[in-house]
Design a protein around this ligand. Structure first.
Ligand code: FB9
Length: 469
């Protein structure tokens, strides 16, 4: 192996004067030899001194010119820098070209005719420039080493052990082991730990904001929901376009829900068909089979309806609930919308709440998000009246951004549940993806969520800190 050749040579000789000659005499690749010399030098087995030689080599064009240029130039360029015998030179070339070229080159005083070798007369700067100008030759720096024994020289490189093992102790060979010097400045191995997806980091921050505001998390561990809880309980009529299969994912298996609280279903049916509680209802034939259909929940408001019903049944008390989880909509996908997203929903339930309370809760919630300048625009939701779209001025983007939707749940939703007449519920919703994309500067939702996400982004995206006082 080349390393042994170098160490072995130095055992009997003081120096390798030229690594280039040393390599070519032994048929070793010079690049490989220089790597070994550098490594031995690094461990101070040898002392290596740089050698640099400048020489001119033929360019690609120079080579073609040599092949097809004037005879005297061909003769000149066929002579290697170290020189060549006349016989060898003649053998290399076309006889006619050689005959004409040799005499012309001698006449031009381009050749040094030695006893053994013909060499190029060290062409003066003039000729060099001429050939350089014509791009027939280019400078080449050759780097090599002269090598001598170093302070740690040994004929064979010892294998320094890097750790002491049980076997070493048992076999007793620890006695003649030498250990590699401990490198205290070496960096530790990067610890491959787990990595949280940006959505989960932002979800955690929203959760903190809700908890700081005294909200309790709702149980959202059911992607599959009945149309009843997802739509009917919210007073959303059965012919509403959102209930169409173009907007909603209905399940084929299992197609229908197993259990609904029958007395409550009756009150929902009645409020849809005839109204009550001061409402005229929708005056249509409400169908149980429609309410029974299973679907993938289209909003977490389905969970809110379950929670409010449970609160009514267990005996009302003022509550603040929140949820953050996946919802599914059979809608056209684009750069910022997929068929599913994470909805964030908050609700406050108490006697005598007003729209002012809703606006007050928003100001607190969104201020913690870093957006204190809010604007509200009247909107429509089937289950809230009044409803408002919320806009916030984003200091970073320097523009107004739609940041959510909100409203007060209608009496046609709350009263059939059995909640007291003076109880009001204010609620609002937003998505997890939009704030995450803004906070992480992601403009295509496929870079954030889905099978094309670049996992390295998940590994290196920064911490998320919002809502911390
Ligand atoms: O998240 C949204 N925008 C948003 C939110 C936060 C934010 O944070 C800043 C950087 C720090 C930035 C932007 N939106 C709601 C508004 C738009 O993005 C909108 O185009 C997309 N909306 C989704 C619905 O799209 C199908 C976001 C999603 C949304 C909309 C409404 C609700 C929930 C999610 C709701 C509700 C609701 C209403 C009344 C009662 C209960 C729930």
């Amino acid at each position: 192996m080349a390393e042994e050749v170098v160490l072995g040579f130095l055992e009997k000789n003081d120096e390798i004067s030229d690594s280039g000659e040393f390599a070519s005499e032994r048929g070793i690749d010079h690049q490989e030899l220089t790597n070994i010399i550098k490594s031995l030098h690094g461990f101070r087995f040898v002392n290596a001194q740089d050698i640099k030689r400048e020489r001119w080599v033929l360019t690609e064009e120079g080579r073609t010119y040599a092949a097809a240029g004037s005879p005297e130039v061909q003769v000149f360029l066929a002579i290697p820098p170290e020189g060549i015998s006349l016989e060898e030179l003649q053998r290399k070339m076309d006889p006619a070209v050689f005959k004409i070229g040799r005499s012309q080159a001698i006449k031009n005083q381009w050749l040094e005719m030695g006893k053994q070798l013909v060499t190029r007369k060290v062409i003066g700067p003039k000729e060099i420039d001429a050939l350089k100008q014509r791009k027939l030759i280019a400078p080449q720096t050759w780097k090599g080493y002269s090598v001598r024994k170093g302070p740690n020289y040994a004929p064979k490189r010892k294998k320094f052990a890097t750790d002491l093992t049980r076997d070493n102790l048992q076999r007793g060979d620890w006695k003649d082991m030498e250990f590699k010097e401990y490198n205290f400045s070496a960096k530790g191995q990067p610890i491959e730990g787990g990595h949280l997806h940006a959505l989960l980091k932002v979800r955690q921050q929203f959760k903190m904001i809700f908890l700081q505001m005294g909200f309790e998390e709702m149980p959202t561990n059911n992607f599959v929901e009945s149309s009843f809880w997802n739509f009917d309980a919210l007073f959303q009529p059965q012919q509403h376009p959102a209930r169409d299969s173009h907007d909603t994912f209905f399940l084929q298996v299992p197609p229908t829900t197993k259990f609904l609280p029958e007395d409550y279903v009756e009150r929902v049916k009645r409020v849809h068909e005839f109204g009550g509680y001061g409402s005229r209802g929708y005056e249509y034939d409400w169908k149980r089979e429609e309410a029974n259909k299973n679907l993938l929940r289209t909003h977490t408001t389905a969970v809110s309806s379950r929670m409010l019903y449970r609160l009514a049944q267990e005996g009302f008390a003022p509550k603040k609930y929140f949820s953050i989880d996946r919802v599914f909509r059979n809608e056209a996908v684009d750069r910022t919308h997929l068929a599913e997203f994470h909805q964030i929903e908050g609700l406050v339930c108490d006697r005598g709440l007003t729209l002012g309370d809703l606006i007050g809760v928003f100001n607190d919630f969104f201020t913690r998000l870093g957006m204190s300048k809010l604007k509200f625009k009247p909107a429509y939701n089937p289950y809230t009246e009044p409803s408002m779209e919320i806009f916030g001025y984003h200091e970073g983007l320097k523009k107004w951004v739609e940041i959510g939707n909100s409203g007060m749940f209608r009496p046609e939703m709350l009263l059939p549940m059995g909640l007291p007449e003076d109880v009001r519920v204010i609620a609002w919703g937003l998505s997890l993806e939009r704030p995450t994309m803004i906070l992480y500067g992601i403009d295509n939702i496929r870079d954030l969520f889905g099978h094309k996400v670049d996992l390295s982004l998940i590994k290196k995206n920064p911490l998320c800190r919002i809502g911390i006082e």
